[in-house]
Write a protein that binds this ligand. Sequence first.
Ligand code: UD1
Length: 413
Amino acid sequence: MIRVEGGHPLRGRVRAAGAKNAALPALLASLLTDQPVRLERIPRIADVETTIDLIHALGKRVDWKDGVAEVHGDGELWARAPRDPVQRMRASFIALGPLLARCGEAWMPLPGGCAIGPRPVDLHLYGLSRLGARIEFTDGLVYARARRLRGATVWLDYPSVGATEHLLLTGALAEGTTTIINPAREPEVVDLGRLLEQMGARVRWAADRVSIEGQPELGGACHDLLPDRIEAGTYLIAGVLTGGETTVTGVVPEHLQALVEKLKDAGASVELGEQEISARRGEALQAVDVTTWPYPGFPTDLQAPLMALLCCAEGESHVRETVFASRWGHVPPLQAMGASISIRDDTATIRGVKKLHGAEVVASDLRAGAALVLAALGAAGTTRIGGEEHLARGYESFLNKVTALGAKAWEET
Ligand code: UD1
C-alpha cells in the first residue's frame, strides 16, 4: 500500500532511467547469439527481473550490476519457455522467434501482462508463419517449428510494437531479407534495430517499411539503452499537476514531443534543452483533447498520467484511446477521488473539478498506478493506493524519486 499526502508541489531535477520498453527486447536479443551482450542503463524494475528470469531459464547467464547487464551463453538454449515469466509479462512472448531461429522449434506459453484489455498475438504469429514457421497450439502453448527461416515481406494490419520487434529479432537470423511494411516506429523499436546492427544484421528504415538482412550467425554487442520517455513524461506531468516545476535530465526531448505539445496546450510552460526538459504550471490548467496513437502520436502509456492532470483542468477534456480498447482501469479510482469522468466508446470526457480529494483506491495496472500517485500528489488529504506491485514493474525507485522532488509519499505494510 502506498500512502500519499497531497498538496506538496514537486520541484527539482530527476534523471530518467533506461527505457523499460527498450530493455526487455534488448535483453531478449541476447538469445540470438552465443557471444556476450553487454547492455548499459538497464533499469532496476520488476519487468527486467522477469526477463532475466526467463533468459536464465532458457540457459543463459546474466550478470546485472550498477545498471549494466551482461548476458553470456555457455551452452545450448532450451527451446521450451517456462510458463511463469511469460504469463507474468507479455513482452516475453517475443522470445519465441529467437528460440525458433536458434533451436529449429520452440514452445511458448500464451502471454499474460497488464490488465489493459485483450492483447492478441495474431500479428506475431502471422509474421513468423510468413518467415516459414509452422505454428500449432497445444494446451495453452504455442509450438513453432521451422527447419529454415527465410526472409519475407510481412504487411502488418497495425503497427504493433511487439510484432515489429519480434519480426526484427527473428529476421536477424533468417536467410535473406525480411521486410516489414507498416512497422511500429517507436524509439524503442528503432533502438532494438541499432542493437541488431551491432550484432551483425543490416537494418534499413524507409517511410513505410523496415528491412532486416539476416545473418547465419550474430555476434556480441555493447549497447547503451535509450532513456525512458514514459517515465520522464510521468515526472513532467507530476510537476505541472502539483503546481511545481520539474526538470527531467538525460532524455531525448524529441521523443516527448507529443506530450510537450499537450502540456503547452494545457497552459504549462515547457522548456527544452539538449538532453533535458523542464515543465511548470502557468496560470490555470486548461482542458485539452488528446488521442492516443502509435509513435509519433501521443503514447497510450501516458494516457492515464495525463488524465490525472486533466481531472483538475478548467473545462471539458476528451481523451480518445485507440491503441488498447479498454485501457480505463484508472477511471473508477479517479472518480472515487472526486474526478468527473464519463466514458463512451473509445473516448473519456473529463469535466475539470477544482480539486480531487484523498481516498482508498487500487491500481489495476502499471500506468494506472502512476496516474493514481500523481492524482494523489495534487489532491487534498491523504490517499492510500493498493496494487503498488504494478508500479514496481516499470518505474525505477518511483517513491524515492518523487520524495526527492518534495512529495510526501510512503510505502506502508
Ligand atoms: C508495447 C509496450 C507498451 C505500449 C504498447 C503500445 C513493451 C514491452 N510494451 O506493448 O508499453 O503500451 O507497445 O505503444 O514495449 N495487437 C493485436 N495483435 C497482435 C499484437 C498487437 O491485435 O498480434 C494489438 C494490441 O491488442 C493493441 C495494439 O495492437 O490493441 C497495440 O499493441 P502493441 O503495439 O503490440 O503493444 P505491445 O507490444 O503489447
